[in-house]
Design a protein around this ligand. Sequence first.
Ligand SMILES: [Zn+2]
Length: 689
Amino acid sequence: MRQLGRAVSLAALCSFLHAAAAIHVVRYSIQARLDTGQKAIDGHETLTWRNDSPDVVRELRFHLYLNAFQNEKSTFMRESGGQLRGDKIPKEGWGYIDVRKMQVAGGPDLAGAIRFIHPDDDNADDRTVASVALPQPVNPGQSITLDIDFLSKLPKVFARTGVHNDFYLAGQWFPKIGVYEKAGDRYAKQGGWNCHQFHANSEFYADYGEFDVAITVPSSFVVGATGVQQSRADDPQRHESTYRFTQQDVHDFAWTASPKFIRVERQFDPSREVSAAELAAVATLVGKSTAEVALKPVRMILLIQPEHREQIDRHFRSLINGLKWFGLWYGAYPYETITVVDPEFGAGGAGGMEYPTFITAGTAWRAAERESNPEEVIIHEFGHQYWYGMVGTNEFEESWLDEGFNTYSTGKIIDQVYGPVVPPIRFLTFPLAGLLGYPTYTQDAFNRILYLDYRKVDPVVRNAWSYYDSTSYGINSYMRPATLLRTMEFYLGAPVMARVMRTWFERYRFHHPTSLDFEKVVNEVSGKDMSWFFDQFVFGTNALDYRVDSVECDPEPVRRGLFLEDGRRVAVTDDDVRKIERDRSKKKEPVQYRIVVKLVREGEVVFPVEVKMTLDNGEVLQQQWDGRDRWVKYEFLKPSRMKRVEIDPQRKVLLDSSFLNNSWVADPAPLPFVKWFSDLLFWSQMVLP
Ligand SMILES: [Zn+2]
């Protein structure tokens, strides 16, 4: 049965890959020769681009991203101040790309006609986007083929690319055509190029197609790249080897070379890694048959530094966890290979990055078990194969659809596979946090504590270079989206959210969807109108905060006066009252308490919350507050005092910007320190339902 199931799903995969191939917009054939003396790549590129729009296209646009590193005047360098992710550009480490020839078959050389444009800012010194006016337009449905000669001088390793000693990481290294969006694509009102400059706070956007790349390096080098290695040809005279890699259904191509790499290859075998019970559980969760959620084998290639040899198993185990859980939850990884690169010591700027079927990790000489590396970085970068690689969102304009979705999905895998983490607080080499008995934290708590730095200045969705600062870009791209997706999951329920995410992946792989497309999927799959959620948390800047304002709990006074009982007037006199009060204090007479609980919505954001009130006698009063008014009052007459009031007792609304004011307890903690510590414990040990 399982064999049959796998065959059916393979057939399904092949047919969707075939369908995707039919919509390829670009085809690259590149011959690249690494010049280790000049630390440069001599390249020849044959690019075929199809005009998939109803427009007559008279101009092409290209990304020439290595020019971000040519001097301090580029937009990237101005915005970043020459540093990225804590990494500084090395001295005299400049890089650039020169286009030496660009020719339409049989036509004139257009290299001289290249104009550098700056569609995003007024920086005339930026040379990361090139515009080329065509002598003959490309008509709707027609293709154009260009022969391009280029020279890429690699920078010293910085911002995901470059050279360090004899370690090379070639990313953003060839002239890559922009995306021509026709009216109706994404947000386009009319047809035009979407081809942004290289910014400090941004990643990438390009069209799907096929790559056929031949890389020539000294024979002593080990090479890894996007796609499948088809051949290796040695030239003993020149001591050179040429490797040919091909891959379809990808929108970028990166490669690496170094004589130091140890190359290890292993097979991801679903029949060994996924149990029948796990397959059945996931099928039930996402509402599919086990055949539909079955995975396929993948060749895993690891290029690791010799001093990290003893971490080989850990690298593969992390990758297997990524292949397994991303595959089961969202859809099988469809490519034949995945390559993981461990950059050389000192080349950390090339680490922790994703390219199609090719990721870079990074680890320490002796990374202790259960620290963040290499496990978390490999799972995270692998996750980008789904949210970036296959669901090809525009990272310039909607970075959360990549980094936020990835932080959300990666967090779930890490929590599930590895459990809560010990904070990486160290003194010398001692894991201080562990010694001090610090509590462990979940990925939700980790993301939330960083989200709390959110300053209400930016919505989640905006151009990556337009956020208030790089911290705001980071929080709105990674932690705030992860926290909002988790809150959405708690609100809709895990099975609905699992189907939302799977539908999103299945519907939009090899396409360029937007935040509005995601909103549509959420509404459709959940059967609810969730626009209020998107308006507030994705497109809005307001914060969410609920607070217990006051709790009053007083014995109900003994009534006095004349009361009608069974048709007779009964008098309760002052003497009667005194007697009843005496009896009450002797506990002969039960006391009723008048309880008034007032809750306040501090933030502008409206979100329905659960309220749990517990009395001394153990009785629990549950309320559901829609949160629409700025406050709500609950009144009760009960034979017991109020002991505890909690808004959102299960901590489902992770977006609440303060949990500390969510509860009221009758007996305050004896010391502020104890309260502080218990709060710390509370957020750090939020157990998920
Ligand atoms: Zn990432």
